[in-house]
Design a protein around this ligand. Structure first.
Ligand SMILES: [Zn+2]
Ligand SMILES: [Zn+2]
Length: 287
C-alpha cells in the first residue's frame, strides 16, 4: 500500500501570539475610537449631520463590529477539527501524528496536529482554518473587509467635518488619518482575500491545495486567481454548503456549519459513499 505524506509547511511558522494580540487589540481599538471619538461629534452636534445619522451608523457599526469579534474569537479559539483514525482512505499516513488520517487533512507544524480539511494556517488568528472554522473565517474576513470600509468612511466623515482648530484637535485628527490608512489597508486585504476564498470555495479547493498547485503567490491581492480543477468539485452550491452548512437560517450567524446530508460537512470525495461517511462520522470531530 502506497503511503504518502501531505505535510504542509507553506504557511506555518512558530506560533505567533503577538500577531494575534495585534489583530485583537486593533479590532477593540477600532470600536473604542468610533464610539468615543468619531460618533461623539454627531452626538454632540446633531445639527451638523443628517437626521438619525448617529443612531443609524451606531447600529450599523455595532452589528458589524460584534460579528467581526464573534467570528475572530471563534476562528482563533475553536478547534478547526483534528483528524484521528481514518477508516475510509487508509493511504493517508502522517509520520508525525502516526495515524492514517482522513483525506484532505494536513499536518500543521505550528498547531502540531493534522487538521481536518485544512484550508491554511492563519497568522492573524494564530490557528489553523479547517473544517469546523472555515465558515467563521469566511465571515471574519467579510465583516473585517466591509466593517473596515465603514470604519474608514466614518473616520473620513469625521476628519472632514467641523471641529475646533485647537492644537489637541489637530493632533487627534492627524492620528486618525494614520489610523484610517491602516484600517483601510487591512480592509482592502480582507476584501481581496474574500474574493479569493469565494472563488476557491466555489470550486471546492482549499487555499493549501491551490498554493501547492500554483506555487505560493500573492496574486490574489490584485484579485488574480488562476483557474484550477478539483476532484472534490460538486457544483457551486454544494461546494458552498460544505463551508456554510445546509441550514439557511444559520448562514449569517457565527454558528458551526452543519451539513445534514453528510452529517458533519465532511468533504465527500467522489469515490466514497455518504453511507461510509455516516458510518465513520464519529471519527470526524475531535477537539
Ligand atoms: Zn499529523
Ligand atoms: Zn495550524
Amino acid at each position: 500500500m502506497a503511503k504518502h505524506d501531505h505535510d504542509s509547511h507553506m504557511f506555518e511558522d512558530k506560533p505567533s501570539q503577538k500577531v494575534f494580540m495585534f489583530t485583537l487589540l486593533m479590532t477593540i481599538f477600532c470600536f473604542i475610537s468610533i464610539y468615543f471619538v468619531v460618533l461623539e461629534d454627531p452626538r454632540s452636534h446633531p445639527d451638523h449631520y443628517p437626521e438619525y445619522y448617529y443612531e443609524f451608523w451606531l447600529a450599523v457599526y455595532f452589528h458589524v463590529w460584534s460579528f467581526t469579534m464573534y467570528n475572530l474569537l471563534l476562528t482563533a479559539f475553536k478547534s478547526p477539527g483534528k483528524t484521528t483514525k481514518n477508516q475510509i482512505n487508509p493511504n493517508e499516513f502522517c509520520k508525525r501524528c502516526n495515524i492514517d488520517r482522513i483525506e484532505r487533512s494536513h499536518h500543521c507544524t505550528a498547531c502540531k496536529q493534522c487538521t481536518l480539511r485544512m484550508d491554511h494556517h492563519c497568522r492573524w488568528t494564530n490557528t489553523c482554518v479547517g473544517l469546523r472554522t472555515h465558515k467563521n473565517f469566511l465571515w471574519y474576513i467579510f465583516y473585517t473587509g466591509f466593517g473596515g470600509s465603514t470604519h474608514v468612511f466614518l473616520c473620513i466623515t469625521y476628519l472632514l467635518g467641523p471641529g475646533p482648530s485647537t492644537l489637541s484637535n489637530i493632533l487627534v485628527k492627524g492620528l486618525f488619518y494614520m489610523h484610517a490608512a491602516i484600517v483601510g489597508f487591512f480592509s482592502y486585504f480582507c476584501l481581496t482575500l474574500l474574493v479569493f476564498q469565494v472563488k476557491l470555495i466555489s470550486s471546492n479547493i482549499s487555499s493549501l491545495e491551490y498554493f501547492k498547485e500554483m506555487g505560493v503567490n500573492f496574486g490574489f491581492i490584485l484579485c488574480k486567481v488562476y483557474p484550477m480543477e478539483s476532484r472534490y468539485d460538486q457544483g457551486i452550491i454544494p461546494n458552498f454548503l460544505q463551508v456554510i452548512g445546509d441550514d439557511v437560517l444559520f448562514w449569517l450567524f457565527p454558528t458551526e456549519a452543519r451539513n445534514y446530508k453528510f452529517e458533519t460537512g465532511y468533504p465527500k470525495p467522489p469515490d466514497v459513499s455518504s453511507e461510509d461517511i455516516l458510518a465513520h462520522g464519529e471519527f470526524l470531530f475531535e477537539d
